[in-house]
Ligand binder design. Structure first.
Ligand SMILES: [Zn+2]
Length: 130
């Protein structure tokens, strides 16, 4: 199927998705690796617990990670649901997004706590004034 390297990046991604044998897949992977990865990180802020899901499959899949542009051959990948549709991303991108979500949650919790503490302090000082 992959006969020449004169295919464009987009064509190679298509080819990779339709490869039937490991030999074809390896060829497509090799050709794709010659290209500069195309990154899509403009939707990172849409990462939430509910938009990310990682799964381990019983079969290997060769794909180009939508987020980092890396060519992966793996049985574990993630789905990132964005406003531009479902995107297939690699495990390491999933981990990056996941930890960003966790940091965001921690920050929120911390700010809420701070607010509560400030609220209690204000309450206490108004009490003292009475
Ligand atoms: Zn990735």
């Amino acid at each position: 199927m992959v006969k020449s390297s004169s295919l464009t990046y987009a064509e190679l991604v298509d080819v990779l998705g339709s490869c039937k044998t490991p030999k074809e897949r390896n060829k497509a992977v090799k050709l794709l690796k010659a290209f500069d990865p195309i990154e899509h990180k403009h939707l990172d802020h849409e990462a939430k617990e509910s938009t990310l899901s990682m799964k381990k499959y019983t079969y290997l899949s060769a794909f180009v990670c939508w987020r980092c542009g890396a060519v992966k051959t793996t049985n574990t990948w993630a789905r990132f649901t964005t406003s531009e549709g479902h995107k297939k991303i690699c495990q390491s991108c999933h981990n990056v997004l996941q930890s960003a979500v966790e940091v965001e949650q921690l920050k929120k919790k911390y700010l809420e706590q701070k607010k509560t503490v400030a609220g209690r302090a204000a309450e206490a000082s108004s009490w003292r004034r009475r």
